[in-house]
Structures are given as structure tokens and as C-alpha cells.
Design a protein around this ligand. Structure first.
Ligand SMILES: [Zn+2]
Ligand SMILES: [Zn+2]
Length: 168
């Protein structure tokens, strides 16, 4: 099964952003590691005659930003504790278990997902573009533990969750 994940995104920002790592407070240069709170839902799509799995993110909010994978790894246990997670890094299967309470989560319905993402920011004529270098799901929560955000209008097309991404 193939999973398609966004590979680039427009951030919609005109000025050079300066961000500091939430762990070591160093100025962040590329790549940057961010943890996002997403509401998402699995679906399927036909691509080249084959059914493949898609992930539609309907809302996304950045929670933390780090200047290195090392700082993320230092921060990770604290976040897991704050989110009261029993497990982390759930499998990308349509049915999975809530990382907090262990209840089944049907991923074809909107659900909350925390993802850690490494991206490289590029200045582009239409604003900032982030190339996603790696994208890992850190935790999935069932709707009882954390209610998914209301889906935005249908205009929120697949993977166009990024406008809010960079706002210091
Ligand atoms: Zn750092
Ligand atoms: Zn739960």
C-alpha cells in the first residue's frame, strides 16, 4: 500500500522568519523540526490504475519547533508525558489504537494526529516554501481523548493545511 504525503507546501509569508528552538533557544536554520497537531482522515485515491491510500489533513497547527533532531529527541519524552501517551509512533493502518487510552481509532474518520516533521524552508516568489524531508506520525488520539477540529470548508483541499504553519 502506498501512502502519499505532501512533499512541499507554500507558507504564505513575505519576510524572512527567524525562529528559535524551543529546547536550546538556538536560531533555527534549515532544516527545521516541527511538531504539528493535525486533524486528518484517511481515504483512497486512484493513481495509475492502482488504489492508494491518501491522508487528508483538514487542519494543522504547529506546536513546537526545533533546530535539530537531537533537540526533538530531548523534548519528545516531555511531550509524550504532557499528552499522557502510553504508546507513540502508531502504525499507519486504517484502524489503529489511541496512543492515550488504547481505544480503536478508525482513521477513515477525522481524528487527531501529532506529527513530527523535518523541513527545509526556501524563499520563493510566492512566499516561503517548505520541503518536507521527513514526516513521522508521533501519536494518534481517539475522538474521546481529543476531539478533531471541525473540518473547514470543502475548499480546504488535500494537504492545503499550511497557511497557518509559520506564524511566529
Ligand atoms: Zn535546539
Ligand atoms: Zn483515546
Amino acid at each position: 500500500m502506498q501512502i502519499s504525503i505532501r512533499t512541499s507546501k507554500s507558507i504564505g509569508m513575505n519576510e524572512s522568519p527567524i525562529f528559535r528552538c524551543c529546547v536550546c533557544h538556538g536560531i533555527i536554520r534549515n532544516p527545521t523540526w516541527s511538531m504539528d497537531h493535525n486533524t486528518q482522515k484517511y481515504g483512497t485515491d486512484m493513481r495509475e490504475g492502482q488504489v492508494c491510500q491518501t491522508i487528508r489533513i483538514t487542519s494543522s497547527q504547529e506546536m513546537f519547533r526545533h533546530d535539530s533532531q537531537n533537540c526533538w529527541l530531548v523534548h519528545e519524552p516531555t511531550i509524550a508525558q504532557e499528552l499522557k501517551l502510553k504508546t507513540t509512533y502508531p502504525p499507519a493502518t486504517p484502524m489503529t489504537l489511541c496512543c492515550r487510552c488504547g481505544a480503536p481509532v478508525n482513521r477513515t474518520q477525522p481524528h487527531v494526529s501529532y506529527a513530527i516533521m523535518a523541513m527545509s524552508l526556501q524563499d520563493a516568489p510566492e512566499g516561503w516554501i517548505a520541503d518536507v524531508l521527513s514526516d513521522k506520525e508521533f501519536a494518534v488520539l481517539c475522538p474521546e481523548c481529543e476531539e478533531p477540529d471541525e473540518p473547514e470548508a470543502e475548499a480546504t483541499a488535500e494537504f492545503q493545511d499550511q497557511d497557518e504553519r509559520i506564524r511566529a
